[in-house]
Design a protein around this ligand. Structure first.
Ligand SMILES: *[C@@H]1O[C@H](CO)[C@@H](O)[C@H](O)[C@H]1NC(C)=O
Ligand SMILES: *[C@@H]1O[C@H](CO)[C@@H](O)[C@H](O)[C@H]1NC(C)=O
Ligand SMILES: *[C@@H]1O[C@H](CO)[C@@H](O)[C@H](O)[C@H]1NC(C)=O
Length: 626
């Protein structure tokens, strides 16, 4: 039995490999030597199939070729070698030779020694190949998960030149540039994920499941915004003709050996069969098709994650009944989905799965899909860690600068540059407010919005809260202090947003406001009968005897005489006012009357005799006024 299984599996894989060998696309990124002059120029290099290529970015460094452990197959610790670059110096890129061990192990060893990138020099003259992950190696799979530095393969002749220059003692500076590795033909990024509904295949399945759960939010945001067009894909194999009626093919395949998947437990006699996996894969494809038809393709992410959680193989719920309950709770049309799935026992093609098998074959810039999971972005195979931040970064670099959606500039695409010295941006440690933002293009220093309050400034040396509500956040960056139950603040929502010390204080308003000693500075309470006592932010003034201190006028008045005095003052004011009004009215009246009479008389007299002077009337007026 055991031998038979192996034979059968081998058959499936072999059968598939034939088409694989023909075509494999190498992702190239440009590798530029910036010094010395003798090597200056751009060269191709192939991106490693693990680690995080810095999609959308570039990285500069100094190349080091280790004296020992030149192939990097052993831990550099054993040789007392460390590649940690000193603070402020360029990152170290380590050159290692190909051979003796997995590419991934070399990269892992170099990463552990503190380098920032790995350059592997090919050992034969050949076109560039992709440095792939070792398949089926459990030990390797564990550390591959933790590879975070990028790696690139250089061709032999160029690598030899580099080594020679380094051995001559020259400093070699290079730049790795991933900016053009994702083409951006339009303002929408197309991407596809080759996945599997099988949740019991060990590390790889767990990693895929975790990724889907983690990435769901960002994927849905991008899809709803029309920024991306996502398509899920599922790999199936076909059973070789001679075996279609075998027990194995019957349990692993549907549609008479046309669409197969390996047995989840690698045991044909127990648990779920490959057939169950194919059927669930088909259902997930149909969920996508039906959701896509109703313009809600992002529901696929909900279905897939809900199914993982609600219908795991472990709990024996990986079945139609459980799937139907998920479909129902998501409000999908189950009849349409059933129709799309067709009859798994029919001896004919299933159009949906047929399309998937055809799509597995490489086209254009994309190679054949053989590895699960595989992510294809803008028709190029994604090489890198299947993790939210890294994938989002790859998707985001598919947009032209300035056309990228907000999620690309959010904290989801962390480059962690803010972790170190806050990325050189402004920060207020006390209130934990920072201007540093990790984006896929690297960190930016941009004054933040905190609780709806916009901070303004250059983002590097200063950010100050501005606009309404600014005093609520960190007191607008202004001075404030509480003493003995009194709080004073230099922040005001009104005005131009500057910090101004409140009355009774002086200072810059930002760092400090100092109490003004009104008594000493002779600002108040200076009358002879006053006695002055300074307080924080104010002063107290008392008058001797019965006298009362009137703060507004900064004067002392007698409490006994005060009332009468003020009453008499009022009376006098009224009387004088009345007299003045009366006098004024009388004068106006008299002037008007007089001038009227004058003009009348003059008119009458003019009829009898000529007047020799016109100055009479003004004289009269001025006389009256005198
Ligand atoms: C990988 O990283 C995880 C979490 O940081 C850690 O628990 C694990 O031991 C690491 N694996 C290896 C092989 O270093
Ligand atoms: C999903 O729908 C869009 C249009 O709404 C269509 O262009 C696309 O081909 C569909 N995808 C699939 C896989 O059916
Ligand atoms: C500051 O804020 C970040 C994120 O909001 C949080 O992770 C961190 O613990 C905070 N630090 C302090 C000292 O409050």
């Amino acid at each position: 039995m055991g031998l038979k299984i192996k034979l059968f599996l081998g058959f499936m894989v072999l059968n598939f490999c034939e088409s694989v060998m023909g075509k494999f696309v190498v992702e190239k990124n440009s590798f530029r030597v910036t010094s010395p002059d003798s090597l200056k120029g751009t060269h191709d290099s192939a991106i490693g199939n693990f680690g995080i290529p810095q999609y959308g970015g570039s990285m500069a460094g100094t190349v080091v070729y280790p004296k020992d452990n030149k192939k990097g197959c052993k831990s550099f610790d054993d040789f007392g070698i460390s590649f940690k670059s000193k603070p402020g110096s360029l990152p170290t890129f380590v050159l290692v030779d190909r051979g003796d061990c997995f590419f991934a192990l070399k990269v892992w060893n170099v990463q552990n020694a503190g380098a920032s990138a790995v350059l592997v020099v090919d050992d034969t003259e050949e076109p560039l190949i992709t440095m792939d992950t070792p398949e089926e190696d459990v030990k390797a799979a564990k550390y591959i998960q933790n590879i975070t530095i990028p790696s690139a393969l250089l061709d032999k002749s160029f690598g030899e030149k580099l080594k020679k220059v380094i051995s001559n003692g020259d400093m070699v500076n290079v730049n790795l540039d991933w900016r053009e590795s994702v083409p951006h033909p339009d303002d929408r990024v197309e991407y596809e994920l080759w996945t599997n509904s099988n949740d019991e295949c060990g590390i790889k399945c767990d990693m895929l499941m975790d990724f889907v759960k983690d990435f769901k939010g960002a994927a849905q945001l991008l899809e709803r915004g029309g920024y991306t067009q996502f398509t899920p894909h599922y790999i199936t194999w076909y059973c070789p003709m001679a075996f279609t009626i075998s027990k194995q093919c019957k349990s692993q395949c549907i549609n008479h050996g046309r669409y197969c998947a390996p047995d989840p437990e690698q045991d044909f006699s127990s648990g779920y069969d490959g057939k169950d996996v194919v059927i669930e894969n088909l259902r997930q494809l149909c969920v996508f098709k039906v959701a896509n038809e109703s313009q809600t393709p992002w529901v696929w992410w909900d279905y897939v994650t809900d199914f993982q959680i609600r219908c795991p193989m472990k709990e024996k719920k990986y079945n139609k009944e459980c799937a139907d309950s998920v479909i129902k709770s998501l409000g999908l049309d189950s009849k349409k989905i059933e129709k799309c799935m067709g009859d798994p026992n029919a001896d004919s093609d299933n159009p949906v799965l047929k399309e998937e098998q055809d799509a597995q074959v490489g086209k254009g810039t994309r190679g054949d899909v053989t590895i699960l999971p595989t992510l294809v972005v803008n028709n190029r195979q994604y090489r890198g860690k299947l993790a939210k931040g890294a994938v989002l970064k790859a998707l985001c670099s598919g947009f032209e600068e300035t056309t990228e959606p907000a999620v690309c500039l959010s904290g989801d695409v962390e480059t962690n540059e803010c972790m170190e010295k806050n990325g050189g941006c402004w920060e207020d440690k006390a209130s934990n407010i920072t201007a540093c933002k990790d984006t896929f293009r690297g960190r930016v220093c941009e004054c933040p919005v905190v609780d709806g309050v916009q901070f303004k400034g250059d983002g590097y040396s200063s950010c100050v809260a501005s606009g309404p509500g600014r005093c609520k956040v960190n007191n607008g960056g202004c001075w404030h202090e509480t003493k003995g139950g009194h709080t004073f603040s230099a922040c005001s929502d009104k005005g131009d947003g500057k910090c101004v010390c409140p009355p009774g204080f002086k200072g810059d308003g930002v760092k400090s406001c100092v109490d003004v000693d009104e008594c000493k500075d002779k600002k108040a309470c200076q009358c002879p009968e006053c006695s002055c006592k300074n307080t924080w932010g104010s002063y107290e003034c008392t008058c001797s005897g019965d006298n009362l201190y009137i703060r507004e006028h900064d004067t002392c008045i007698s409490t006994t005489a005060a009332e009468g005095k003020s009453a008499w003052t009022a009376v006098w004011v009224i009387l004088i006012g009345l007299a003045m009004a009366a006098g004024g009215a009388y004068m106006v009246y008299k002037y008007r009357l007089r001038s009227y009479m004058d003009s009348e008389i003059r008119a009458i007299m003019a009829q009898y005799m000529p007047l020799d002077s016109q100055n009479e009337i003004p004289n009269h007026v001025s006389d009256d006024r005198a």
